[in-house]
Design a protein around this ligand. Structure first.
Ligand SMILES: [Zn+2]
Length: 320
């Protein structure tokens, strides 16, 4: 079932969510980094920009709020029918790094018993909203040994996923001690599935190890690292993007030259942060027959959970 789609039409969510999405797009247009074609998408926005999703089947359970749906899906796996999980960011068309929560988003934290945030400055709005509540806070980056300044896309890391799962289970056991043993059993079941994913990563690594790739944004860096791949994104470009800046004309030219040389075996494109610059690079990759893997920041609704999504991505990487 698609969490994000079934609540997309919720009345009352639309105005603020839509406004946030429009604001993000308008900001990018002002910054001159959206192509005219992307500006057109302002006209065809879905009715709601940031429809939060709630696991309706478990609305009586322990109240859990996750800032982003990939961690929300893990929180649901680890709590089963004992928890009711609300994920705030579920939309793969909203600019994730510039996200501004609506008043409804912030209000959702008030009744939470456990809050799961990504951390590493990815969603500081959520940590802030959680700090004024009595909820137990799980910060995935912190649980995984990452902090401010590290690559914030930590859900792509096997280690961070495992440690976050354990931190969530610890928080559940503390918030709902009557069901402690069931939370432990759900944790063991989750680890069994992550272990299977880790085995797939290990077997895929034999074909991906040492292969050079480039990325429009270092979104899947941890996954590529788990697969032994080498990030060959030109450093000027990578640094500009990492610092939320604009790559210079010469950064873009050197990226195009690298793609033409043939050493780069795959281009990772973050479609959630696409603009005219990434369009130029994607076109260049196509011209030079460099395979492209498209991905997003938030989990697309066609996947059941984070493990399901990561498994699909590993297969895509192997194919590319
Ligand atoms: Zn990102």
């Amino acid at each position: 079932m698609s969490d994000s789609e079934d609540r997309r039409g919720t009345p009352g969510m639309c105005a603020d969510g839509d406004r946030t999405l429009r604001a993000a797009l308008v900001r990018r247009i002002r910054r001159g980094i959206l192509a005219a074609s992307a500006a057109l998408s302002l006209l065809v926005l879905p009715a709601c920009g940031s429809a939060a999703s709630t696991d309706a089947a478990a609305s009586d359970g322990l109240a859990v709020v996750a800032s982003i749906n990939q961690w929300g899906s893990m929180a649901r796996d680890l709590g089963g029918s004992l928890v009711s999980v609300t994920s705030i960011m579920t939309n793969t068309n909203v600019e994730a790094h510039d996200y501004e929560p609506t008043t409804q988003d912030v209000a959702r934290f008030s009744s939470a018993k456990v809050v799961v945030v990504n951390g590493a400055d990815y969603d500081s709005w959520a940590s802030k909203a959680a700090s004024s509540t009595s909820a137990d806070l799980v910060d995935a980056a912190t649980a995984g040994g990452k902090s401010s300044g590290d690559n914030p896309h930590v859900w792509f890391s096997s280690t961070v996923r495992s440690r976050t799962a354990d931190a969530i289970t610890t928080a559940y056991r503390k918030a709902d001690p009557d069901h402690a043993s069931r939370y432990s059993a759900l944790n063991a079941a989750w680890h069994k599935r992550e272990d299977a994913l880790d085995k797939l990563i290990a077997s895929t690594r034999s074909t991906t190890k040492g292969k050079e790739y480039a990325a429009t944004e270092s979104v899947a860096w941890y996954l590529a690292d788990d697969l032994g791949m080498t990030d060959a994104t030109p450093s000027g470009y990578a640094q500009a993007v990492a610092n939320e800046g604009e790559p210079s004309a010469s950064d873009i030219t050197s990226f195009q030259k690298e793609l033409a040389k043939g050493a780069i075996r795959m281009l990772i494109v973050n479609t959630q942060e696409a603009d005219s610059v990434t369009d130029t690079i994607t076109t260049s990759a196509r011209t030079n027959d460099v395979p492209i893997v498209n991905l997003t920041e938030q989990m697309p609704s066609r996947y059941d959970d984070l493990i399901d999504w990561m498994t699909a991505l590993v297969r895509q990487f192997a194919k590319a």
